[in-house]
Ligand binder design. Sequence first.
Ligand code: PGA
Length: 258
Amino acid sequence: MHYTSRPTVVIGNWKMYKTIVEARVFVSSLAVAISHTSVQIGLAVPFTMIAAAAEAVKGTPIMIGGQNVNEADEGPFTGEISCKQLQDAGASFVIIGHSERRQLFNETDESVNKKVCKALSLGLRVVMCVGETLAQYEAGQTESVLQAQLENGLKNLPADHLNQLILAYEPVWAIGTNKTATPEIVQSVHCFCRKTVAGILGSSVAENMVIQYGGSVKPENSAPLLEQPDVDGLLVGSASLVLDSFIKIIHAQRMVHS
Ligand code: PGA
């Protein structure tokens, strides 16, 4: 049992899946299914369907977000998108620094930091992702890797927007692999992250910060993860593409708190 004032936040990351029509149908059905939950729910959808999804969730508590953003206000950056453009389309949050962006699109802690600063300062909620690779995990480097990602990623943030920052711990070896970190590993890493954030941003920010776990989250493993005192939510990839499993994951929180 989990006695915290932090909300539970469950976010689906749709990556490069689905069409606009599929998004509309999904979010409308989701809105009906979750009308009585206290869980905060978000969907990070491809840019092309942000506007349609945001329209479909109007009047519901579901948040729609992007999966990446550029730190510049505007400019000649072919293929990029700005915070204001995300907000203009109806997004209220953005995922920054997902391991797929770090590994496949060369994002660094420095670029992640610039994006986080800009998005927070413009009023977007931010889900900043951190996590170690399998090689780093096996070499016992999890804490040193996370410490560096946090120290570099959380530099010079706008102090008055820190309550809009969510941290997502996503061990790279658990993403899309069907290997979930055990609840015990996740709890100990989240506790380490909270202590590290306290050193960087102060203990009150750290105490109030939502820390999500991500990596092969499924309906079956959600409740044991959410039972951990420092697990305040889940970032869900493939299981968020299937309405029934995403709803079960959201409702797993009820089992934890009942
Ligand atoms: P997964 O993805 O749930 O499919 O492992 C998680 C993520 O990449 O955010």
